[in-house]
Design a protein around this ligand. Sequence first.
Ligand code: GLY
Length: 560
Amino acid sequence: MKHYQLLILTTLFLLTNCKKQPEIGLITEKAMVVSARKEASKIGSDILTKGGNAFDAMAATELALAVAYPYAGNIGGGGFMIYRMNNGEIGALDYREKAPMNATKDMYLDSLGNVIPGKSTLGAMAVGVPGTVAGVFEAHKKFGTLPIEEIIQPVIDLAKQGVIVTKKQQKRLEKHTPNFRKANKNTILLDNNWKEGDTIRYSALAETLSRIQKNGRDEFYKGETAKKLAQFLQDNGGIITEEDLANYQAKWRTPVVFTYDDLKVISMAPPSSGGVCLAQIMNGIEPYKIEQYKHNSTEYIQVVTEAERRAYADRSHFLGDPDFVEIPQAKLISKEYSKERMKDFSFEKPTSSDDVSHGKVEFIESDETTHYSIVDQFGNAVSVTTTINGAYGSKLYAPELGFFLNNEMDDFSSKPGEPNMFGLVGAEANKIEPGKRMLSSMTPTIVEKEGKLFMVVGTPGGSTIITSVLQTILNVHEYNMGMQEAVNQPRFHHQWLPDVIRMEPNSFDESVKQRLKNLGYTIDETNSPVIGKVDAILVLPNGKLEGGADHRGDDTAAGF
Ligand code: GLY
C-alpha cells in the first residue's frame, strides 16, 4: 500500500472511530428509559407516556430487548431488579436462572475430574431454567398499573415489523455465527449473513409472545411453550424437564444497602455478588478521600485496584445462592471489615494476589448481559440487569419458539478452583446443586443523596460489571461529572485473579501506565476493546433527568 493510501485509510479510521462522544446526555423533565437499543427505550418510554409506571415500563423494556437485542435481551435467561418507590420504599426481585433438578455437582467433568471444554457454555447442557418471564409478571403483579396485554402489544408489533441491523450488531453476528452452527442442528434465523440496514423479522418470537399475552406467565412455565421448550432441550441433549419449568419462581429479596460519604447505595443481594462486592470496594476506598487524587491517576487506580482485589477474593470464597449457603453478609459489608482488609495496602507496591489466595487463571473477554434504567413521571425508579450469560447465551436457538437459551450454568463453579468464562474462580459456596441459583456479578443499583433519588445505574460485562458501576458512581460523586460524561470515561478492572489491571486500550495516560508498571502492576489492554456498557440516569439539581447511554454499544435514552 502506498503511503498516501495508508494516510487516507488512517484518517478515515480516525474520523469514524475516534468521534468525540457527546458529554451531555438526553435531558428530560420527568421520565426516562435508557437501554441497549433505541427500539426498547422507546417502547418503555411510550408505556410511561400512556400513564404506566416504572414497573409497566420495566415489563415492556425487558420484553422489547428480547426482540431488539437477542445478543443479551431475552426470555430464555434471567435477571435482577432493584427498585425505589417515590416514597423511598426499596426492594429487589431475583429472577435468576436455576439449575435443573437433574443437575449434579460434577456434570461438567470427565471421568478424570477435568472440566469438559464447552459443556457449560455451548448447547443444551449449558442452559439453566429461565426466569425472565416469571420476573416480568411478578414485578407487574406487585406494582404494575396498565394491563399486561397492553404492555406486550407493542413488543409483538416490533417482532412482526422487524428490527434494523446496526453496524455493531452485524459485527457481533459475524463473530458468533460459527458457534451458532456448532450449537444448532439446523440453520437459525440469525445465521443469514445479515448486514447493517437489513430488517430481521422475529415471527416465531411474536407468536410465543402472543401466547404469553393471552395466557399469562404460566404459558411459559406450564403451557404449550413450556412443553415445546422442554422437548426441544431434551431433543438437543439437555436435562431441563417440564417439571423444572413448572416449579420456577421469581423471589423478592432484601437489597444490599450501604453508605458512601453522603450517598446511600442500594444494590443487588445474593445470589448476585454485585451489591456485596460493590459495598466492600466502596467501604475499602472511602477512607482515602478519593477526590484528592486526579481522575484515573496512578494513585486513584492503585487504591481502587487494591480494594477490588480483596473484594473479588472474598467473592470467590463466600458467595453463592443464599437459599443454599450461609453468607456472612453483614460482616462482609461492614466498614470495619473492609478497613481491616485494606490494612496491608501500601502505595509503594502492589499486594500480590498470590498472597491473598492462589491459582493461575486464563482471562477470557466477555461483554454480554444487558442493563436498563428507568425513572417514571411519578418519581419511581427501576434498575434492571438481565442476561443469557454469554453472547447469544448457549447459542442454542429454539426455532419454533423464536429465542436463544442462556448458558448460565457456566456461572456455577464447575470445579472449585477452576475459572469460568469470565475468569472468575469459584469455591464450594457456588458448586452446582439441583434447584440452586448460580452466583452472578450483576449489579443493578440505585443511589440516593440526602434521602432523595440521585442515580439509577448498571451495566453488562460479566465480572467487570461491579467495577464499571463503581467507577460510574465515583465519576459523578468524586469528580463532579454529569451522567453521560461519567459513562463515557475509560474504565479499568481488577478481579483478584488473574493478577492484572485490565484497561480499555489507548485510553489511559501513558505516564500513569508506566508508573503502575514500575510499581509492579501488570497491565492488560489486549483483552477487551470495551469494559461495560453502562446505562444510567442522574437526577440533576433542578430535578430534571440526564441519561447516560453508553456509546460503546447502540445504547439510547428516551423520555419526556
Ligand atoms: N452471567 C453474568 C452474571 O450473571 O454475572
